[in-house]
Design a protein around this ligand. Structure first.
Ligand code: PLP
Length: 392
């Protein structure tokens, strides 16, 4: 039986970038000890009080079909949070709850793209982006950035591809680079969106993980609220990855359209998860800072370790749970380096190439293991790079 072209071409052919990760998992399955610095997930689980509230809500009967746009209390809490964080007046009607940020990325593109339309995104990129855009029947076009710009996009590079485009997807704080876009970069992005009448889809799932400077939501820039759809999530901010809870923020009309889409696709998010999310948000910014703290600490640790050597460079890391390391001095590709490091030291990191051509010769290191093991792994990685450089 034939499957649709859409599903058949979802991955775009070629490698899916997960070979090193899969090899590491195979080694682990066969009993070897591997240090994994690959996946963007906390080394803690969802906090007990949130789980207790989830249990309370389920026992209280929130197990039937829940309101498709989201329960009013949660939509209101998110609207208030967005208003407080960005200064943009946001109401319940601007919010739709989704089963995680990933579903929000797909739904937003479904809402703004007709089949075959060009959807722009920034390279390096979160690994699912091109497949998500293809899944929404878009023609994904990557805007390549440069290591020397800390992988922040230049407005003129976006503009060069924007003439026949319908949307632009940006992500700050960024996975995989750990970069937080500057105000100037965001203003450049906003200008291109105005000039070329683009929808801006702003993936802000790491907005509570900012180590330096401040996160600016582009929705807060003049004239942008009417053309921006923000994708948010509680996965990273509240260590709730498995609960699949996120949201889309946007103009009331398109939120209405997205609710129609949800009615015909997800049919909403379980009520007990939404109740627990509402409780989790009530724990406030101190709780969010507590969840982010281990990454803040390890990032400071990494800065100290990397400052002691010069074989490995660091892309200025200002946010998110990742470091983007430059190993071009070794003469190896990120993929060759990651494979060799795995073979020699049983340390798994993601090759930059897994996140697009722009990150060739780089590695993404997830700061998602406890501090002492993280320090050991990073020191070993640096020594390994130095040995490669010394050998020429
Ligand atoms: N966007 C980015 C940049 C991510 O890194 C992730 C997950 O790693 C997601 C979206 C999806 O997150 P979730 O669907 O868990 O909310």
């Amino acid at each position: 039986m034939q499957v649709s072209k859409r599903i058949d071409t979802l991955l775009g052919g070629g490698s899916d970038g997960w070979e090193v990760f899969n090899r590491a998992r195979q080694m682990i399955a066969s009993g070897e000890a591997v240090t994994e610095l690959t996946i963007g997930e906390h080394d803690i689980r969802t906090a007990a009080p949130i789980l207790q509230d989830m249990h309370r809500a389920a026992m209280a009967g929130h197990t039937g079909y829940a309101s498709v746009p989201g329960i009013p209390a949660l939509r209101d809490a998110i609207a208030a949070r967005v208003t407080a964080r960005t200064g943009v007046e946001t109401r319940r009607e601007n919010v739709m709850i989704t089963p995680g940020g990933q579903a929000g990325l797909f739904a937003t593109h479904m809402a703004v793209i007709d089949p075959g339309d060009t959807a722009l995104y920034i390279d390096p990129f979160y690994a699912t982006y091109p497949g998500t855009l293809r899944g929404a029947s878009a023609r994904p076009v990557a805007i390549r950035t440069r290591a020397e710009d800390a992988f922040e996009p230049r407005a003129e590079d976006i503009a060069a591809h924007a003439d026949d485009a319908r949307s632009l997807l940006v992500n700050s704080p960024n996975n995989p680079t750990g970069v937080v876009y500057s105000r100037a970069t965001m203003e450049g992005i906003a200008q291109v969106c105005h000039d070329h009448d683009l929808w801006l889809i702003s993936d802000e799932v790491y907005d509570t993980q900012v180590w330096e400077g401040a996160h600016l939501s582009p929705r807060a820039l003049p004239g942008m609220a009417e053309r921006t759809l923000v994708v948010g999530s509680m996965s990273k901010s509240h260590a709730m990855t498995g609960s699949r809870i996120g949201w889309i923020i946007g103009p009331e009309k398109i939120i209405g359209d997205l609710i129609n889409l949800a009615t015909h696709t997800t049919y909403g998010v379980p009520g007990y998860i939404q109740e627990a999310a509402h409780f989790a948000l009530s724990l406030g910014p101190d709780f969010e800072a507590e969840i982010a703290e281990p990454f803040r600490r390890r990032r400071a640790l990494a800065h100290r370790i990397l400052a002691e050597q010069n074989a490995v460079g660091l892309i200025p890391s200002a946010g998110a749970m990742y470091l983007m390391l430059d190993v071009r001095s070794t003469g190896m590709s990120g993929e060759a380096f990651a494979n060799a490091l795995l073979d020699a030291h049983r340390i798994a990191v993601m090759p930059g190439e897994s996140f697009g051509a722009a990150a060739a010769g780089h590695l993404r290191v997830a700061m998602t293991i406890e501090d002492a093991a993280f320090e050991r792994a990073l020191r070993t990685l640096c020594q390994f790079a130095k040995d490669c450089v010394d050998r020429g």
